[in-house]
Design a protein around this ligand. Structure first.
Ligand code: HEM
Length: 159
């Protein structure tokens, strides 16, 4: 896996310190943005939530569970900045599962955009160009590992 600079790690850790204590509310901001950017993603959750519109979805327990799961993956990444390789197998497997669910790899990038939006909303003036880049670098590492797992599962299938 790629490595992050010492400065990247510092910016990520400092900014996550307060955000990580309120994962679900920040995750909801992120997923609200995700569905603004790509409303079609809602249908991937329908089999569980049976919800047709965003507000209903965002308050359903299954949905909040996924928001929590995503935030916990981010939390794990932040807690393993010096040792991201240790997450490789977990992330490969996660990518494989998302391939099976029908999530496209392009959608991982949209989640990245939604993550940046949430950081911008939450950090205000603390959202600097360097901080944005640090998070982009971290998320790129996570998404790349998920994409490798996705591709292993999806070999010979179209993306
Ligand atoms: C477009 C984006 C995504 C969609 C539509 C999506 C959808 C889903 C769905 C439908 C499930 C199965 C139901 C559930 O467990 O709640 C799932 C599971 C999960 N997702 Fe996602 N997901 C997306 C992105 C992500 C990302 C970026 C992460 C982490 C960074 C993530 C983390 C997880 C985890 C940890 C699980 C549970 C896997 C397990 O059961 O072992 N998801 N996702």
């Amino acid at each position: 896996m790629e490595k992050l600079s010492g400065k990247d790690k510092e910016l990520i850790r400092d900014s996550w310190e307060s955000l990580g204590k309120n994962k679900v509310p920040h995750g909801i901001v992120m997923f609200t943005r995700l569905f603004e950017l790509d409303p079609a993603l809602l249908s991937l959750f329908n089999y569980k939530t049976n919800c047709g519109v965003v507000p209903e979805c965002l308050s359903s327990p299954e949905f909040l569970e996924h928001v929590t799961k995503v935030m916990l993956v981010i939390d794990a990444a932040v807690n393993h900045l010096d040792d991201l390789d240790s997450l490789e197998d977990f992330l490969l497997n996660l990518g494989r599962k998302h391939q099976a669910i029908g999530v496209k790899t392009q959608s991982f990038a949209v989640v990245g955009e939604a993550l940046l939006y949430m950081l911008q909303c939450s950090l205000g003036t603390g959202y600097t160009a360097a901080l944005r880049q640090a998070w982009l670098n971290l998320y790129a590492i996570v998404a790349a590992a998920m994409t490798r797992g996705w591709a292993k599962n999806g070999e010979h299938k179209s993306n």
